[in-house]
Design a protein around this ligand. Structure first.
Ligand code: SF4
Length: 443
């Protein structure tokens, strides 16, 4: 789990011996479902496997299931040995249930797509060696397919960068609601559900995806540069009141280039990231987060002393990462600090696999822009507008999920739970767990 380890040659051969066969799936993502203690997180590592009689299934997915609680009950009623750790067990068993009932893969996948609310980009294997992938009907998370130059190997990958790094050729991005099987004869594409409302995660463009991945033929880093240009156009008066730009590495780097090109201001590489501190501050517990940010980012004092600085950031979720950086800049002598944020103000939780799953943890759910600036210690916070973000992605507004910045969720269960919890939250209710795992707001 987490970063893919560098394997030595001998280790790779050892794994080859332990895993005979010609198909395989893997996953290094931590789950956003189930218990949060270390043991449960390790237990929830994917892929998951399950069997019923002679039917065997292994499955790996990116995303998050919203209606896990009722599905958990259903799976418990259908499988006497059902063990629930997190949502991936539910996805796997729901598919297994269809196969157990005699459905072929297509109709078993249809039944998964029709009963699961949430985001799921899935890869899987059956005991008979079928290798397949499918995406939820909204296509919230990415998943692409490709092959090696010899045409001997076929692959699915969350992002194109995984194909590039293995010298594979990208063939296509899976459509929302599509099932693709891969065999020695190549890919077979079957549109299981035609959904008129795709909803690709807009946060992938600003934060989650690697900058060297491509969506619709465009590198993510190019889109991030456009984000930077957009903020310059939207806040000219702030640009006039600034001397230099710097970024919060690394997701702030590409927007900083855009800000630099559009404004003509010098981009000082005044923040440096520790090469060996690799934890993502975003996913750590509160106490760990502060010290990790402190260790991870160093400020080059002489570059900012006496300067009015624009800092480019991908997003402000809790606000504490940015607060630490601003504090360091002040201590280094920065005269003014403005923050340019490429992802618009996050006002609501994500139900689809980004671990910001309560209103309480989001600074933007209870504070306006001026208040946020005050809390994090900035002279100004300038968010890119939603309209500018959409234009830069090349998508249409109704093709993206922007639920966490608009409050409009593409799936019905998520919308109901978000609305129910928002009402309680505004009345002073204190959230104790992820919203989709809170009994009181289950539809
Ligand atoms: S709610 Fe936000 S982070 Fe979650 S999938 Fe939608 S756009 Fe992405």
């Amino acid at each position: 789990m987490d970063l893919v380890p560098r394997l030595k040659n001998e280790a790779i051969h050892e794994w080859f011996d332990r895993l005979p066969g010609s198909v395989g799936i893997g996953n290094v993502r931590y789950t956003t479902s189930g218990k949060c203690d270390d043991a449960s997180i390790i237990d929830g590592t994917q892929p998951v496997a399950a069997c019923s009689g002679r039917i065997k299934l292994a499955l790996s997915f990116n995303g998050n299931i919203v209606n896990t609680l009722p599905l958990k009950k259903e799976m418990g009623e259908n499988f006497s040995d059902f063990y629930f750790n997190c949502d991936s067990d539910v996805v796997c068993h729901k598919l297994l249930l269809g196969l157990k009932q005699g459905k072929n893969l297509e109709s078993a996948v249809r039944s998964v797509m029709e009963s699961l609310d949430g985001a799921f980009s899935v890869t899987g294997l059956t005991g008979d060696g079928d290798f397949f992938a499918f995406k939820d009907p909204h296509g919230i998370k990415p998943l692409c397919a490709g092959h090696d130059p010899a045409g001997a190997t076929y692959a699915f990958c969350s992002e194109t960068v995984g194909l590039d790094m293995n010298s594979f050729i990208r063939d296509f991005e899976l459509n929302p609601g599509e099932l693709v099987t891969a065999s020695k004869d190549g890919f077979k594409r079957i549109q299981i559900i035609q959904n008129p409302r795709p909803a690709f995660c807009a946060f992938e463009y600003a934060y989650f995806a690697r900058p060297d991945s491509r969506f619709d033929g465009k590198y993510v880093y190019e889109i991030r540069e456009d984000f930077g240009r957009n903020i310059v156009k939207e806040f000219p008066e702030i640009v006039r009141d600034s001397d230099i730009i710097m970024s919060v590495p690394e997701t702030g780097d590409d927007p900083a280039m855009g800000v630099h090109e559009e404004s003509g201001l010098r981009w000082e590489r005044a923040s440096r990231r520790h090469r060996y501190v690799t934890e993502r501050a975003f996913i750590l517990l509160n106490t760990e987060r502060f010290s990790t940010i402190d260790k991870k980012i160093n400020i080059l004092g002489s570059k900012v002393d006496g300067k009015r600085v624009i800092v480019t950031e991908d997003s402000v979720v809790r606000g504490d990462t940015t607060k630490v950086i601003i504090d360091k800049l002040r201590r280094a002598g920065a005269k003014k600090v403005y923050v340019f944020v490429t992802f618009p103000r996050i006002i609501g939780p994500c139900f689809y696999g980004i671990d910001m799953s309560t209103y309480g943890q989001l600074i933007g759910s209870k504070h306006n822009v001026q208040e946020i600036a005050k809390i994090i210690g900035a002279d100004g916070v300038c968010y890119q507008s939603i309209e500018a973000l959409v234009n830069a992605t090349g998508q249409k507004e109704n093709e993206l999920c922007m639920a966490c910045i608009t409050g409009k969720y593409p799936t019905p269960c998520a919308q109901k739970m978000a609305d129910a919890m928002k009402k309680r939250f505004l009345e002073g209710y204190e959230e104790k767990s992820r919203i989709y795992e809170t009994e009181e707001v289950q539809p």
